[in-house]
Write a protein that binds this ligand. Structure first.
Ligand SMILES: Nc1nc2c(ncn2[C@@H]2O[C@H](COP(=O)(O)OP(=O)(O)OP(=O)(O)O)[C@@H](O)[C@H]2O)c(=O)[nH]1
Ligand SMILES: Nc1nc2c(ncn2[C@@H]2O[C@H](COP(=O)(O)OP(=O)(O)OP(=O)(O)O)[C@@H](O)[C@H]2O)c(=O)[nH]1
Length: 440
């Protein structure tokens, strides 16, 4: 089941980030923060009523001149149109309606996506009501007044947001077909890989970043099994600003991963693993998706018997939270190890849906505790009563303990390793939820 995506667009300084932050709230994550991903966060999970969705802040960069602002807003709007299920168009009641708002509204109106017009900085509803009416002129329906700073009007706005979610998001009919997102920074060979898989050069591949087509889903039959590949290659709207390009590449990645079961992170063998690769990997990890790391362009580098191991060490050094991801060395040009890649995909899909019975699971737990005593603090020792698997995709376990405070991350990690030693779960993150239970 994929979660709807809500994108926030609007001129600089209207309060997009403020709105994003209050909606994202200070949520308690059951996973530890992923290094490199939590800084300058641009996407977050939100729950409203019975709905879970992902919000994306498309803004954040200050364009330097006025015409740059408009160009930038168009890019933002296009990205939102491409990736979001619902678009929040934020305007500023204090500045009133400006020409750029009209231009972007025209663009959004033509897209067949629900757009909600959010009038921000309405810090006093009675006093500013008249000023809000002005925004009817944008032709985007009823303006929704909010004050992100004072947290006013947000509930009413969210009601409208969730009303606009696509009706059958929950039971997509083709849901049994596994979805594979091909992710990675520009120019690593995402399109080339898809094209090789398709067995035909449908697209002209060039070596200029971001010149290929837009994200497209492709149905592939392999060994009589169906797979849908989600390609994130090529940014349709190119941007000269490096940060913008990177931000949009991340937004697209989030949108693709959200819909996928397994993400294949493509790394360029000629460059080695970089910060940007780590950022992208972190998204798949945080979203609980299956992950495979594919080092592409393996044909292009000089190797000896140590090269592969050195690559693996480097990757594991940078992606310490993702040791579960299997690694493969491929060439989209020669097709090297593509068969093996499909086998890996199938394995990861199975592991994402693996269920372990409570009996064997607790045998492992008790054995682990006997080998390495649970920690204690100020004379109180952690007691773990038992654990049980509560869900799949990703596999999630609840551990019942006497005192949550005593359950250190390192001990959870230790249990995780023991569970993995016995049951594998190769290619998928596993989540642990720690619950307190009173002693009889
Ligand atoms: N009075 C008032 N000020 C607000 C409100 N929301 C945001 N602001 C202020 O507006 C300014 C801009 O807010 P941001 O959230 O940074 O705006 P943004 O749209 O993300 O800006 P860019 O990052 O430049 O795209 C800040 O000084 C905020 O404190 C609000 O509801 N009321
Ligand atoms: N030697 C070699 N070159 C490759 C391989 N795969 C891709 N390339 C080259 O790398 C460049 C980028 O490939 P693309 O498939 O366009 O990369 P992409 O990740 O889709 O790039 P964006 O569209 O910018 O996101 C092209 O010049 C390809 O010919 C490979 O396996 N070996």
């Amino acid at each position: 089941m994929s979660k709807p995506i809500v994108a926030i667009v609007g001129r600089p300084n209207v309060g997009k980030s403020t709105l994003f932050n209050v909606l994202a709230g200070e949520k308690i994550s059951i996973v530890e923060d992923t290094p490199g991903v939590t800084r300058d966060r641009i996407y977050a999970d939100v729950t409203w009523l019975k709905y879970d969705f992902t919000i994306i802040d498309t803004g954040g960069i200050e364009p330097e001149s006025d015409d740059e602002i408009l160009k930038h807003m168009r890019t933002q709007a296009q990205i939102a149109i491409d990736t979001a299920d619902v678009i929040l168009f934020v305007v500023d009641v204090k500045q009133g309606l400006v020409d750029d708002d009209h231009k972007v509204a025209n663009m959004l109106r033509k897209a067949r996506k629900p757009v909600i017009l959010v009038v921000n900085k309405v810090d006093n509803f009675d006093k500013l009501e008249m000023d809000v009416f002005e925004f009817y002129n944008l032709g985007l329906g009823e303006p929704r007044p909010v004050s992100s700073a004072s947290k006013l009007g947000l509930g009413d706005m969210l009601d409208v947001v969730v009303e606009n979610f696509p009706p059958n998001m929950k039971d997509e009919e083709d849901d049994e077909i596994p979805k594979i997102a091909i992710i990675g920074k520009p120019n690593v060979g995402k399109s080339s890989l898809i094209n090789k898989i398709l067995g035909e050069e449908r697209v002209i591949v060039s070596n200029i970043a971001g010149t290929t087509r837009d994200a497209v889903d492709t149905l592939v039959k392999y060994n009589k099994k169906d797979f849908v590949f989600i390609d994130t290659a090529g940014l349709r709207r190119k941007s000269k600003i490096k940060e913008t390009l990177e931000r949009y590449s991340i937004i697209r990645t989030v949108a693709a991963i959200e819909r996928a079961d397994v993400a294949i992170l493509i790394i360029d063998a000629e460059e080695g693993i970089t910060e940007q690769d780590a950022k992208i990997a972190g998204i798949a990890h945080e979203r609980g998706k299956g992950a495979i790391i594919a080092v592409n362009k393996w044909d292009a580098i000089e190797k000896n018997d140590k090269t592969m191991n050195r690559f693996i060490e480097n990757i594991e050094d940078k992606l310490t939270y993702m040791l579960y991801a299997p690694k493969i060395f491929i060439s989209a040009h020669t097709g090297q190890r593509l068969n093996r890649l499909f086998e890996m995909i199938e394995m990861v899909i199975q592991n994402q849906a693996l269920r372990v019975a409570t009996g064997p699971l607790n045998d492992i737990l008790y054995e682990a505790m006997a080998l390495n005593q649970p920690p204690s603090d100020k004379g109180k020792r952690l007691k773990i009563y038992y654990m049980t698997q509560v869900s799949i995709k990703p596999p999630t376990f609840v551990i019942f303990v006497n005192d949550k405070e005593l359950m250190h991350f390192s001990y959870t990690r230790y249990i995780e390793n023991k569970v993995r030693e016995s049951f594998g779960f190769k290619g998928t993150p596993i989540h642990f939820i720690v619950r307190e239970r009173k002693e009889k």
